[in-house]
Design a protein around this ligand. Structure first.
Ligand code: TYM
Length: 335
């Protein structure tokens, strides 16, 4: 890790195979930022347990997610890739920041409101204070930039508020992080209900493309994607949300602008366009899936990455945690 580079932190929940939304909104951007920044990419298993998880599945999903990070192009010698639960500083700073987060702020979090509706039988305190833990994840490393999809914007704003509040009381302690939200791909929508964001938890399997989907599944899902009757390939979220979503997926993958795509497909049918989008996605995911399958076979290599990166993350985390503990008046550790 180089001294003069700025720091990036981001993470994903290990709650099943990740979606094309996770990839285009976050992971793809992570791979392009890794040269310019010192990056930490976390598997946020502590966040995942705010919803009931099957232990064996959680363990498997966490490891698969870590492998997916690497398969998608994150170099584990340049980026610190690790499990949140193995760096205790997250929990420790999380508690401290809980004491600097107001209930009024947490009450406003739209993700909490959505998840409470979805999991009405398990609205636990962790689900409620989740944003304070997320703030701790970020602030624990004096992060400058946080690459995320659009749905995390509100949590990031709260993180900034918490950091500024702390700094006002105790003097300059935390770096105030900026969000990095891509111009395209930051909000990929559900293929069946294109006014909802694409999500792992969608009940209709046709609604979501997973990074592990085989080419024929991807093609089938795109062919079934909901569109409209305008017969016009135009980016118009208000009136044509389905086709606009396909345009943004295609744009995020090919780097073509919306105008270029509209011109390229002017006069063509939705059927043709859907096949083009599917092919572009299939081609992008193919090398990732191949690498993923290869890495799955190399247990010792992955274990070693986990071991080395966890040590690095713990070392960095402890430094900032000690500083915070001192500022708020916890007694020094006597060695
Ligand atoms: P999670 O696991 O829900 O999502 C991981 C990342 O994927 C992005 N994303 C999307 N982007 C575009 N379109 C979509 N349909 C879509 N769905 C998800 C998310 O914005 C996110 O960037 N709370 C976070 C995890 C987290 C975190 C952090 C992130 C915990 N601590 C600290 C950054 C920094 C979450 O649940 O992401």
């Amino acid at each position: 890790m180089e001294q003069n580079k700025k720091t990036i932190f981001s993470g994903m929940q290990p709650t099943g195979a990740i979606t094309l939304g996770n990839y285009l909104g976050a992971l793809k951007n992570w791979t392009t930022l890794q040269e310019e920044y010192n990056c930490l990419y976390c598997i946020v298993d502590m966040h995942a347990i705010t919803v009931r998880q099957n232990p064996a599945e959680l363990r498997k999903n966490a490891r698969n997610l870590l492998i997916q990070y690497i398969a998608a192009g994150l170099d584990p010698t340049k980026n610190i890739i690790y499990y949140q639960s193995q760096v205790s500083g997250h929990a420790e700073l999380g508690w401290i920041l809980n004491c600097f987060t107001y209930m009024g702020e947490l009450n406003r979090m739209t993700q909490f409101k959505d998840k409470s509706k979805k999991h009405a039988d398990n609205i636990n305190a962790g689900l409620y204070t989740y944003p304070a833990l997320m703030a701790a994840d970020i602030l624990l490393f004096n992060t400058d930039l946080v690459p995320v999809g659009h749905d995390q914007k509100q949590h990031l704003e709260l993180t900034r508020d918490i950091a500024m509040r702390f700094n006002t009381i105790y003097g300059d302690t935390f770096t105030i992080p900026d969000p990095y939200i891509g111009k395209v791909g930051a909000k990929i929508m559900d293929l069946q209900e294109p006014t909802n964001k694409m999500s792992k938890s969608a009940e209709d399997k046709n609604a979501t493309i997973l990074l592990t989907d085989k080419p024929d599944e991807i093609l089938k899902k795109f062919k079934r994607a909901v569109t409209d009757n305008f017969a016009n390939i135009k980016y118009d979220v208000e009136n044509q949300p389905g086709i606009s979503n396909l345009i943004s997926i295609y744009s995020a993958i090919t780097n073509k602008t919306y105008d270029e795509i509209e011109n390229e497909f002017a006069g063509k049918g939705y059927g043709d366009f859907k096949v083009e989008v599917a092919q572009a996605v299939i081609e992008t995911l193919k090398p990732i899936q191949q690498k993923y399958d290869e890495l799955q076979k190399d247990k010792a290599y992955i274990d070693n990455i986990i071991k080395e990166n966890t040590e690095k993350a713990n070392y960095k985390a402890q430094k900032i945690l000690r500083k915070v503990q001192k500022k708020i008046g916890f007694p020094p550790i006597i060695r």
